[in-house]
Design a protein around this ligand. Structure first.
Ligand code: ATR
Length: 473
């Protein structure tokens, strides 16, 4: 009979789960292992038993019994019904004060529901967003735990020790109550979608507008990675573009089917943003661009639709590459500004009190959107926690103002050459909309009052007004 000595248990030992379990073991924790099918548990011990002190368990009962109290169990199974069923099984075996952590990509509304059900049974439920993919899980992810603040006292130090560290600070902090951790992880993924789409548009322009060979484009990204754009996604872009297909000798990117998949977190971000009334246009365009890419049949039938007269390529290639870089940077600032707006709105809606500066801090390492840039965001919120928009932080304001001429040249050139740049273009339109003194919304209010007597407000006096339009009967 196992003694209750494991400090953490991990159930669900697919790649993410087993790597997190190994990460805990490598940090000196005794880790109880459990998986529905025992083969995965045995494989972890056979292949990685040397990582540290693992306890092999077969049944859920044995697993729970092997944990010291308060018990801490990290669930790493498939999101959705599987997670619900594992939570139920665990809850039946656990005792008040024990902690259940869902480290999967759960929808934050599911986490809110589960936390409520568990707290009614005296259990602490922590929905934790974990970013960084397989590699991050093993060597240090970015961790976004929500749930009751008390649970963080016993759990936080453990999570902080296995998280990525940047400048001596862990990429993990308590985010807020119930679903807050999964909510910010969701928006993180949405920003990741936007970032990837923007990088993709920049690549497409270098190929189609400038006719640069793929290997040279890889060099451009390598070079960009030494400056303000320094980030994991730019770094891997250079790697992907540098890859040559062994079978054909072509750049690998040219033999990959151009239809982007998605698992749903980008879509969730946009759905939530629609409900909160926050324009996340960059993320939205990124999700829709993936959808368009995947509409294979429609795309095939649309081949040959007229382009109209197209402009020629920019003559100064070097200068245009510089313009693309500036447009990418400015559009990226917009995507982050919008994502942080959504987090602020979600935090108010659900009463989470999420600190944007904390997020910038814990996203600097471990996660997919890790970037030098996040230091600047952290500084911006340190200077002014009530920042109305990231675009109004002095540093970003100046950076975008310096980039805006390039941004306009890129979007107009792309349009005149018939190259799609949905994220670049909509980010620029968002910027122009945000800074506009007057918007055509006044006309929309007039239309609404005309057909539905919805009333409008006036700029020169208080109150609601309705006009007796000539169309009124
Ligand atoms: P992968 O990440 O390899 O694609 P997955 O199908 O997403 O795998 O499953 C991830 C984990 O969830 C696995 O550990 C899986 O257990 P098995 O190895 O036994 O398949 C676990 N899992 C999926 N559904 C489950 C359920 N209903 N109950 C318990 N564990 C489940």
């Amino acid at each position: 009979q196992a003694t209750a000595r494991a400090q953490i248990g991990v159930t669900g030992l697919a790649v993410m789960g087993s790597n997190i379990a190994r990460n805990f073991a490598r940090h000196g924790y005794t880790v109880a292992l459990h998986n529905r099918s025992i083969a995965k548990t045995d494989a972890v011990i056979a292949e990685h038993g040397g990582d540290g002190d693992f306890i092999r368990t077969e049944s859920m009962e044995e697993f729970v019994a092997s944990l010291e109290r308060p018990r801490r169990v990290l669930i790493m199974v498939q999101a959705g019904a599987a997670t619900d069923s594992v939570i139920e099984n665990l809850a039946d075996l656990m005792e008040p004060g024990d902690i259940i952590i869902d480290g999967g990509n759960s929808l934050y509304t599911d986490t809110i529901r589960r936390e409520k059900a568990m707290s009614e049974r005296g259990l602490n439920f922590v929905g934790a967003g974990i970013s960084g993919g397989e590699e991050g899980a093993l060597n240090g992810p970015s961790i976004m735990p929500g749930g009751p603040a008390e649970s963080y006292e016993s759990l936080g130090p453990m999570l902080e020790s296995i998280a990525a560290q940047v400048d001596g600070e862990p990429c993990c902090t308590h985010i807020g109550a119930d679903g807050s951790g999964h909510f910010v992880k969701m928006v993180h993924n949405g920003i990741e979608y936007a970032d990837m789409q923007l990088i993709g548009e920049a690549y497409d322009l270098m190929r189609k507008a400038l006719d640069l060979p793929v290997s040279e484009i890889a060099d451009v990204y390598r070079q960009w990675n030494t400056g303000d754009l320094d980030s994991y996604l730019i770094e891997i872009t250079a790697e992907v573009l540098g890859q040559v297909d062994a079978a054909t000798g072509k750049p690998l990117v040219d033999v990959i089917v151009d239809q982007a998949g998605q698992k749903g977190t980008g879509r969730w971000t946009v759905k939530s943003a629609l409900d909160l009334g926050i324009p996340v246009t960059g993320i939205g365009e990124a999700v829709f661009a993936r959808a368009l890419s995947s509409a294979a049949d429609q795309r095939k039938q649309a081949q040959g639709l007229a382009s109209g007269e197209l402009a020629g390529a920019p003559t100064d290639k070097q200068a245009f590459v510089e313009d693309i870089k500036n447009a990418l940077y400015a559009s990226k600032v917009v995507a982050y500004a919008q994502g942080f707006d959504q987090i602020k709105a979600g935090s108010i809606e659900y009463g989470w009190d999420v600190k944007p500066g904390d997020l910038a801090t814990i996203w600097r390492g471990g996660c997919i959107i890790r970037a030098k840039f996040l230091n600047r965001i952290r500084e911006a919120y340190a200077e002014n926690p009530e920042l109305p928009s990231l675009l109004l932080a002095p540093y970003f304001r100046e950076a975008v103002e310096n980039a805006v001429d390039s941004w306009r040249r890129v979007v107009s050139t792309a349009t005149l050459m018939g190259i799609p740049v949905p994220a670049f273009a909509s980010s620029l339109s968002y910027y122009d909309g945000l800074r506009a003194e007057r918007l055509p919304a006044a006309l929309i209010q007039g239309q609404r009052d005309f057909f539905g007597a919805h009333t409008y407000r006036r700029i020169d006096k208080d109150g609601s007004f309705h006009t007796l339009w000539s169309g009124d009967r």
